[in-house]
Design a protein around this ligand. Structure first.
Ligand code: NIG
Ligand code: FE
Length: 414
């Protein structure tokens, strides 16, 4: 098979492939949900898609890079990661596999709090390096945009350190594009156990405006669950965040349904993430509000949990996003393709749903109208896979199957 010999740095150029999966809604038809062109061609100029169509209709004056039998898709968008972590939780994993309970381990000072200690002990420079290395591995797996949350700093000083590490990896052309999220309420730091109300108040009234002033996040997140933060705490945070101009995404229903979906809908959140436990009323509220459900099949696999009610979410018309949840506790990987594979294997998603969940809907959940689909005028983020068809992408390979990954028209891998 011909390989990519022409470095696609010099613009413009036209990529010709056996199959180009656009994920463009306006090209979707019955039987072609992903708007695939077979064969297809994409002309890239100035980091954007200048033209897309059948190869014979391309501008003959533009040089061609022929990738032969490969399938081309939009760059994958990982809409939920905790990639800016330090340390390792391998000991806890062994305990959990032997029957230890995730929430009980957290209560005993393990879990998120153990990663909090590791992050507190890590220098800003080392944290940037850890994040950078993980983003490069994600790029190799086809990820061109990555949401990255803080949430392991817990105390203002370390939360800001984590957010600044994320900022240092944002707008770096050799990395995926980064969308920073301030995960403001993730766990109660041991230092705050005696004054939970005071901790939440300081996060809402002091840290949130600080993060806004320093422009360190686009989204604000909170972990709402029976053993985490409660609805009234989430509402106080969410209302203040919205007033300051942040968008919202919320960890909801990972272990128990405490009404997080209803709160997310009420607050106009862009997404609710996890959703293993959600009521019919919660699903209806999400559908009415147009909130995206971010499915995290690696986390539920690692935690030996049953899937969320995917069929009910689908029937209600809730847009389904699939993300990695990359984190040291419940998803120690950077692999969004693994999440897609498990989404198909364990959540009964169709391959088309899985792929749209990491492209079109992921982009929309992150408020990125210029990404997530191959169409004229969009950013030229795309993946040339060493695979002949998009249905091959969602199999659990366990190794990178990308040949070339372009972000804004330039290679970040391959
Ligand atoms: O999305 N549930 C809360 N947050 C993460 C896990 C964080 C951790 O265990 O370190 C999640 O699964
Ligand atoms: Fe998470």
């Amino acid at each position: 098979a011909p390989s990519v010999r022409t470095p696609p740095g010099a613009s413009p150029f036209t990529l010709v492939a056996a199959r180009v999966v656009t994920c463009d809604e306006s090209r979707a038809t019955a039987g072609n949900a992903l708007g695939a062109l077979e064969p297809g061609a994409v002309t890239i100029a100035d980091g954007k898609i200048a033209w897309i169509g059948p190869p014979e209709a391309r501008d003959p004056n533009v040089p061609v890079t022929d990738v032969g039998g490969a399938v081309v898709t939009p760059g994958l968008i990982d809409a939920h990661t905790h990639l800016a972590w330090a340390g390792s939780r391998h000991g806890e994993y062994a305990v959990r596999m032997a029957g230890g309970d995730y929430e009980a381990i957290a209560k005993a000072g393990g879990g998120i709090v153990s990663t909090f200690r590791a992050v507190a002990d890590t220098s800003p420079e080392a944290l940037v390096e850890l994040l950078r290395a993980r983003l490069l591995r994600a790029a190799q797996l086809g990820v061109t945009t990555c949401e990255v949350k803080s949430g392991y700093g817990l105390l203002p000083e370390h939360e800001l350190k984590q957010l600044r590490a994320i900022a240092a990896c944002t707008n770096r052309p050799e990395l995926p594009a980064v969308v920073p999220t301030f995960l403001a309420l993730h766990a109660l730091p041991p230092e705050a156990r005696a004054d939970r109300g005071g901790y939440v108040r300081r996060v809402v009234e002091e840290l949130l405006p600080r993060v806004r002033e320093e422009n360190l996040a686009a989204f604000v997140d909170a972990y709402l669950d029976a053993s985490a933060f409660q609805i009234d705490e989430g509402r106080a945070l969410g209302e203040k965040a919205r007033a300051l101009g942040f968008h919202l995404r919320l960890h909801v229903g990972q272990f128990a349904d405490i009404g997080g979906a209803e709160l997310a809908a009420e607050l106009g959140a862009h997404s609710v993430d996890h959703l293993e436990q959600v009521s019919g009323a919660g699903i209806a509220a999400l559908a009415r509000a147009g909130t995206h459900a971010v499915l995290l099949p690696i986390a539920s696999f690692t935690l030996k949990q049953a899937p969320p009610p995917v069929a009910k979410l689908r029937a209600a018309g809730v847009p389904l996003v699939v993300a990695s949840d990359a984190n040291p506790g419940t998803a120690p990987t950077e692999s969004l393709p693994l999440a897609l594979a498990l989404g198909v294997r364990n959540y009964d998603l169709t391959p088309e749903e899985a792929i749209l969940g990491a492209t079109r809907w992921a982009a929309r959940s992150l408020d990125l109208p210029q990404r997530g689909a191959l169409r004229r005028g969009a950013q030229a983020d795309l993946v040339v896979w060493d695979l002949p068809h998009e249905h091959a992408i969602v199999q659990p390979w366990g190794t990178p199957r990308t040949r070339l990954v372009l972000r804004d028209g330039a290679p970040i891998f391959g």
